[in-house]
Design a protein around this ligand. Structure first.
Ligand SMILES: Nc1nc2c(ncn2[C@@H]2O[C@H](COP(=O)(O)OP(=O)(O)OP(=O)(O)O)[C@@H](O)[C@H]2O)c(=O)[nH]1
Ligand SMILES: [Zn+2]
Length: 363
């Protein structure tokens, strides 16, 4: 029978559960963990987790641990013993840098290494992939299968889930239709849907570019604040419009609008980063304080869409050398880099300087 969800579908469920605050059960290495996302944890669920007995561990990324000066590293994660008197506010203050400046000390953060590092690592990676704060409360479980059944919880075998956390889900065309735009009248919008239940991505085809020639291409990452609201803090809106305008003038092009808001951390986390930037941290420092890497985007998505549409050579509109190297590593040929320097303002001068200094952008 094909009714049961497969591992990719279970992963999608697990992400949705964690975003809502519902715990999941993760199995592996002959053991099992109850996993709760700190951002969506409620006092009732924290109390019930304690009631189960055993030793809960708070798992954060090593980026967040560096900020907290918590010496509890195991490679890219850190595991912290949950103090007996720790309440929901304490857990939040470890996960969320919001009040780091006001209250930098969270008390002594004791390490808790109990041999489940691989499961803990998968747990925090899963929470991160749900675009919430990358921090998980975990508790070893006995009789995990019956516990999950009793409480209706999603069970996720970590070893099966792990490869899907680092791979790109196949995308399939859903529909396309004509869309005349002020900057590029001969437009057509294609919707692409991934198999893993994550966000859809869009391809805007201008004209009918030849599939056997280099196509003028823009890989644009969603920026609600810049693209829609005209934010002056970044250069995204002007880049989007300049790319479409050039495609309109040349008569052909492909603009991929990838729903990777905030370099892949989601809009809520990007706003947390903006709040930290108002405290004086730059883009990269703000991401690290939240527990993220500099850039969490997966550019392979863009390459896959281009191949799916039949292209193999691109003239890429970007200032980001990582986009070029990624395209080439997936077998697409970048015949030319078309610089896209627009939208500099007094508000984004520091942002652009950080892009050049820390992210290697060619500005
Ligand atoms: N995390 C985070 N993301 C940001 C910030 N400002 C803009 N973004 C996001 O950054 C993405 C755009 O990336 P950029 O680094 O501006 O440019 P790029 O795509 O790497 O390079 P170009 O092709 O040259 O534009 C969008 O998803 C924005 O939402 C910020 O301060 N923090
Ligand atoms: Zn932006």
């Amino acid at each position: 029978m094909s009714f049961s969800p497969d591992i990719v579908e279970r992963l999608a469920r697990a992400r949705a559960d964690l975003r809502m605050g519902v715990p999941i059960v993760m199995t592996g290495d002959g053991t099992a963990l109850l996993v709760l996302a700190v951002e969506t944890l409620t006092p009732a669920r924290l109390a019930d987790t304690r009631e189960l007995g055993g030793t809960p561990a708070l798992v954060i990324t090593s980026r967040r641990a560096e900020t907290l000066k918590a010496r509890a590293y195991d490679g890219d994660i850190a595991r912290i013993h949950l103090p007996h008197d720790a309440d929901i506010h304490w857990l939040n203050s470890v996960a969320n840098p919001d009040d780091d400046m006001r209250a930098p000390m969270k008390g002594p953060l004791a390490s808790q290494r109990d041999g489940r590092a691989d499961l803990h690592r998968t747990a925090v990676r899963l929470v991160k992939s749900a675009r919430i704060l990358p921090s998980a409360l975990t508790l070893p479980l006995e009789n995990a299968a019956s516990f999950a059944l009793e409480h209706g919880l999603t069970v996720l075998p970590a070893d099966l889930a792990e490869p899907h956390l680092s791979s790109t889900s196949p995308l399939h065309p859903v529909v396309h239709a004509r869309l005349p735009m002020s900057l590029a009248e001969a437009g057509r919008l294609h919707i692409l849907r991934p198999e893993d239940g994550a966000e859809e991505h869009y391809a805007i085809e201008v004209g009918r570019p030849a599939r056997d020639k280099p196509v003028l291409t823009r890989l644009h990452s969603a920026c609600f604040t810049g693209d829609v609201l005209g934010s002056l803090k970044c250069d995204c809106g002007p880049q989007l419009h300049a790319a479409l305008a050039q495609m309109g003038t040349e008569g052909h092009g492909i603009l991929l609008y990838l729903n990777q808001e905030g370099r892949g951390i989601g809009l809520a986390n990007k706003m947390r980063a903006y709040s930290l930037q108002d405290q004086g941290f730059d883009t990269v420092e703000a991401n690290h304080r939240l527990g993220f890497e500099d850039d969490e985007r997966d550019f392979r998505i863009g390459a896959n869409i281009l191949k799916e549409m039949g292209f193999s050579q691109v003239r890429l509109m970007t200032n980001n050398p990582r986009k070029i190297s990624m395209m080439e590593s997936t077998g697409l040929t970048v015949t030319e880099r078309v610089p896209l320097r627009v939208g500099e303002s007094a508000h984004n001068r520091a942002y652009l300087a950080t892009k050049a200094a820390k992210s290697g952008h060619l500005l």
